[in-house]
Design a protein. Structure first.
Length: 310
């Protein structure tokens, strides 16, 4: 991987912005401000007019998106909408095609030294979890965050301060007792918490998480989400990339909808996490229910005629 890395995401006004393929129900939504995000000026990620391929498939064309620092955001879309490609671009596994009008900035800079970047943006992805060495000890998973490496290696040196930070992160996440456990023997939830600790050990300003509760049981999911809620309440900016409505914590302020490699809508949760909007986004009749700040979706009730047609 090169020592400097060009990365990305887009700038849209604080109202809904829709693709040409967006459904009519989406086009009717107008959001003029986002609660909790007003007055925010610094962009964590700013992408303008990029084109990106995954293999021979063009996933994004003239794609633009911004995520503001201090504004907890979910990027929500169905499978095939471009979420995986977005994560690969942000983790430098893929590189976009830059045109004359294109730019990719992170915290205002187009070029970053990777070592410095991880002190501002921590990334926890499924690819990272699947790539990790099963024999790595828990403490080494945390310490590897200082070098953005997979496991720790003999040439890497860790100070007493580094060890203290790693121990403090494990204590905060409730995984200190697993410090010497091998990564491959941990549950999925335990692995996720260690990878979160790997990102947090650098005390970044923001976290980017890919479907954080996918594969977790109910208890593990709620514990993980409660950890994220505490981090957001403490001042960390969190960006979720997901298709799971139920893993959007109450502290999330802003919703960005993507479909077919385009931004389909952007705005407040109460305006976009509705039955009509999500039915259009996922191309299936849905009923959305909100309780205690969380959202859940259920199949919409169908008439006898509709059931007979099926």
């Amino acid at each position: 991987m090169p020592s400097s890395c060009k990365r990305f995401i887009y700038s849209v006004p604080l109202r809904c912005s829709f693709s040409a393929q967006g459904a009519s129900a989406l086009r009717e939504v107008k959001v003029h401000g986002i609660e909790g995000c007003r007055g925010v000026k610094e962009h964590i990620i700013d992408i303008r007019n990029i084109t990106a391929y995954n293999g021979s498939t063009c996933v994004f064309r003239n794609f633009s998106l911004t995520v503001e620092n201090g504004c907890n955001t979910v990027i929500l879309g169905p499978n095939g909408s471009g979420k995986t490609t977005l994560m690969k671009l942000l983790s430098c596994e893929l590189y976009p095609v830059f045109l004359e009008s294109s730019h990719v900035k992170i915290f205002g800079h187009e070029r970053w030294n990777v070592e410095k970047l991880r002190t501002r943006l921590g990334i926890v992805s499924h690819d990272l979890q699947h790539s990790y060495l099963t024999g790595a000890r828990g403490i080494n998973v945390i310490l590897s965050g200082f070098y953005a490496s997979i496991d720790t290696w003999r040439h890497q040196q860790f100070s007493s301060s580094d060890l203290g930070k790693a121990e403090a992160v494990m204590e905060m996440l409730g995984i200190g007792q697993l410090a010497n456990r091998q990564f491959g023997t941990m549950s999925t939830g335990e692995q996720r918490r260690f990878l979160l600790g790997r990102a947090l050990v650098n005390d970044p300003d923001a976290l980017l998480l890919d479907e954080p509760t996918s594969g977790l049981d109910i208890k593990a999911s709620l514990i993980y989400l409660e950890t994220l809620r505490k981090l957001m309440r403490s001042g960390k900016t969190v960006i979720l990339v997901t298709h799971h409505i139920n893993e959007i914590p109450p502290e999330i302020d802003r919703v960005v909808l993507i479909r077919d490699g385009r931004v389909a809508g952007e705005g407040m949760k109460k305006e976009l996490l509705t039955s009509v909007v999500l039915s259009d986004l996922f191309d299936y009749p849905l009923e959305v229910v909100s309780l205690n700040g969380y959202y859940e979706v259920f199949p919409a009730l169908k008439s006898e005629d509709e059931l007979f047609e099926e």
